[in-house]
Design a protein around this ligand. Structure first.
Ligand code: HEC
Ligand code: HEC
Length: 537
């Protein structure tokens, strides 16, 4: 039996027979129904899944997949994180590559020690009693005996006499910063509403490299399966008009954690995962849909509930230039007026709607003029009283282009491991009121079509990375070279390295060429994908 002496006043009683049956042999319950280990921890669905998998794989827990799903649902629901606790670590579940550069500001030493194999996000995905934080270190030492060596040593009490070991300091910090009980969790456990998501949702999304998407998701509850939904999704890429239809299924954990999967007409080949957080009032959910071995290809999405009134999801162009006339703009949404007058539609001061080209419940195509002296800055779009804040930016000049992400990551692959791609975008910007580039008041004007190239990032003398790392496509997608040793490369090296990704853009009607660049690291495959979890199956 896995014993731990429960503090008298702590611990979350387990009320589920399913959990008792599946886990009780090794984790006995006390008189108050508190099970050893299990009652002294809260975690995200991903972390619970990881634990349950380890129980089956390493500790020999005899759980069937069916049982595991039920235990996961119960524990994620009743020993979960509150929305405010989960928000800072959503990047982990959403598989945001840039989350890997997330720094936990609470304690530098804990960050460095615990951000080496998995992201520190995994750590911040849990709440524990002091004793449970302590036992977690024992688990790491048990599973990874090698962890005791080196500079990031997990050896307890290591170091000079009177100096605490890094791992002891980390445990102290975690016990204080992330205790089992919190005001947020007490409040959420008491007030959370039953999950009622049936109905139509208006979808607004953005896929780096492909631009904005708009559409609709119809959500239906699955009878007899708590918090389980099927989805029918249709959306259009605003830039190309390409329309996509997908069917999916999702489970909601902890009253707000949407975890789903969807597939298109070609089935398994393009399965996407869906991770989103539902707002408290259940009127909105936002997150990321993604695919690829590393989850690196995906869209940021926001879904807004469609009721009787109009919803404005967004518009197809991110910005308009002062002085531009007869510009065509598409406004996407739901329940949009069928025969609107031009003054039913407003873009704020200096932008005049001059005509309605076409109107349907989901798209209004209009023409607008922008005054020469229109004030530079963001504009809300309003249609028949429905509002979308900061849907558009009015600008008078383009001051530069910025390549996003600023620090890209790709992984060679294609032979033993799949490749990890990196999509870059060149985003035009205006320096804002202060006239200085790179400050908080910069106005982003949207992605532009740039000319792309790679340049050597000179870290050492005689670099040759450029020849080997891979190819940057005309649309800014970097496709790395194959994995494994390349006999053509000196020293029998892999096709890894680092380079500059350069975008050049000539704004229409101007003689200047703007240039931006980002750093790209082309790394080896992740041989052991410690980040991998599949909640929502
Ligand atoms: C066959 C015995 C066995 C069964 C059954 C079992 N466990 Fe465990 N459990 C262990 C052992 C051994 C440890 C300590 C080592 C470790 O953490 O992997 C442990 C540790 C844990 C911990 C603490 C892990 C941490 O991160 O510190 C949790 C939580 C847990 N188990 C949950 C469960 C759940 C949930 C189930 C039911 C699905 C379960 N266990 C079933 C043996 C078992
Ligand atoms: C040597 C690599 C390594 C380092 C360093 C490391 N971890 Fe882990 N950690 C792992 C692996 C691997 C797992 C997944 C174990 C499993 O479930 O198979 C894990 C799992 C976890 C989990 C989930 C536990 C569970 O039951 O699922 C937490 C929380 C965690 N680590 C916290 C920490 C903290 C805190 C630190 C710093 C003190 C740390 N990790 C440093 C490798 C590491």
């Amino acid at each position: 039996m896995v014993q731990s002496a429960p503090p008298a006043d702590e611990g979350i009683p387990v009320m589920s027979d399913e959990v008792r049956r599946a886990c009780g042999v090794c984790h006995p319950a006390d008189a108050q129904g508190r099970m050893s280990r299990i009652s002294y921890r809260r975690a995200t669905p991903e972390n619970w899944e990881l634990t349950i998998k380890r129980m089956a794989a390493l500790n020999g827990a005899p759980v069937t997949p069916e049982q595991a799903r039920k235990v996961l649902k119960y524990l994620a629901d009743h020993h979960g994180l509150a929305p405010e606790e989960a928000a800072p670590v959503m990047f982990d579940a959403e598989r945001r590559v840039q989350g890997m550069s997330f720094t936990y500001e609470g304690d530098k030493q804990t960050h460095d020690l615990c951000n080496a194999c998995h992201s520190v996000g995994r750590v911040l995905s849990e709440r524990r009693t002091p004793e449970e934080w302590d036992l977690l270190i024992a688990m790491h030492r048990g599973v990874y005996p090698g962890i005791d060596g080196g500079s990031g040593s997990f050896r307890r009490g290591a170091g000079a006499p009177g100096v605490k070991a890094p791992v002891d300091l980390a445990v102290e910090h975690l016990a204080k910063a992330f205790p089992l009980m919190s005001a947020e969790w007490r409040e959420w456990s008491a007030t959370r509403a039953p999950v009622r998501l049936d109905g139509r949702w208006s979808l607004a999304g953005y896929q780096p490299g492909r631009g904005p998407v708009f559409g609709e998701v119809v959500v239906e509850a699955v009878p007899g399966e708590p918090d389980t939904f099927t989805t029918t999704t249709t959306f259009t890429y605003a830039k190309t008009g390409e329309t996509v239809t997908r069917d999916g299924r999702a489970i909601v954990y902890t009253g707000f954690q949407w975890r789903g999967r969807s597939s298109g007409p070609s089935a398994e080949a393009d399965e996407w995962r869906e991770v989103a957080a539902i707002s408290r009032d259940q009127q909105e959910m936002s997150g990321r849909w993604f695919t690829g071995f590393y989850g690196e290809v995906g869209l940021d999405v926001t879904l807004r509930r469609v009721g009787a009134g109009p919803v404005v999801a967004g518009i197809d162009v991110p910005s308009l230039r002062a002085g531009a006339t007869a510009q065509t703009v598409r406004i996407y949404g739901a329940n949009l007026p069928q025969s609107p007058a031009t003054d039913d539609i407003a873009f704020g001061a200096g932008v005049t709607v001059t005509g309605i080209v076409e109107a349907s419940p989901t798209v209004l195509t209009v023409t607008v003029d922008v005054a020469d002296d229109a004030r530079v800055g963001p504009r809300d779009v309003i249609v028949a009283g429905a509002h979308r804040p900061s849907a558009l930016v009015v600008y008078d000049r383009i001051d530069g282009v910025r390549v996003t992400p600023q620090a890209g990551l790709a992984r060679v692959g294609g032979i033993v491991h799949p490749k990890m791609l990196q999509q870059f975008e060149a985003v035009a910007f205006h320096s804002g009121p202060d006239g200085k580039a790179g400050t908080d008041d910069d106005l982003l004007l949207g992605a532009v079509e740039a000319n792309w190239s790679l340049e050597e990032y000179s870290a050492t003398f005689l670099e040759d990375d450029l020849e080997y790392v891979g190819e940057l496509r005309p649309d800014g997608l970097f496709v790395p070279n194959v994995d494994g040793i390349n006999p053509e490369r000196s020293g029998g090296r892999n096709n890894i390295g680092d380079v500059w990704v350069v975008a050049e853009y000539a704004p229409p009607g101007e003689s200047k060429t703007l240039r931006g660049r980002a750093h790209l690291l082309v790394a080896p495959p992740l041989y052991m994908n410690w980040a991998s979890t599949e909640v929502g199956q």
